[in-house]
Design a protein around this ligand. Sequence first.
Ligand code: G3P
Ligand code: CA
Length: 242
Amino acid sequence: MKPALIAHRGASGYAPENTMAAFERALAMGANSMEFDVQQTKDGKLVVIHDSDLKRVGGVRGRVGAMTWAELSKVDVGAWFGPSFAGQRVPRLEEVLDLAEGRAELQLEIKNPERPYPGIAERVVNLLRTRKAWDGKVCISSFDHECLFLVRTLASWARIGYLVGLTRRETALREVREVGADSVHMSSRQADRRWVEAVHRDKRKAFVYTVNEPKDYERLGRLGVDAVFTNFPDLDREEAAA
Ligand code: G3P
Ligand code: CA
């Protein structure tokens, strides 16, 4: 079976990553699962952006965690991708939930950079708790495994995705069991038959990022990977494979 496709940062091959334009584009393309990154402003608002600073996508200096929402919301994070996307802003997590409700599952990655965001796990869990429509349809992932354990403590109901990162496989598998993760998320480079089989033996799903080439998608399909994160939600179309 072909691995399912998860629109990575929205349809970020076609629109600026982690913007409403990218999420709208992914949904319009028929994506039924979308990934995005969550960080926190200085005044405790949950925002959707990958980098911990604004340099690459906003062209300005400033760290997300050192800016208020009022400051961050003024930054244009679309123009870097193309003039037609000028004016795109960093979305609030609530906006993405509103847009996707009833249309797609979500892979919500909590980014905890050098300086972890105080209270981010609690805020994410509390928000999801108030949104019953999202029951079972959001998977919370992170490279920060302490954060995942905290999520589990706060929410026995949470679906958890364990991002392996630099953790050794044996340690990762032990933590995956302890935290009760549904899925193990590994990079394309890390994905090999032994690792995918180990994850499946443990009754977890194997997800792989970031897969933008048809030949890589085919290889991962042969390994039995369950889903891939891709910037191109049409990666599985016939012409792409040709
Ligand atoms: O969640 C998979 C993938 O998004 C992790 O890497 O750097 O794109 O957030 P990154
Ligand atoms: Ca991510």
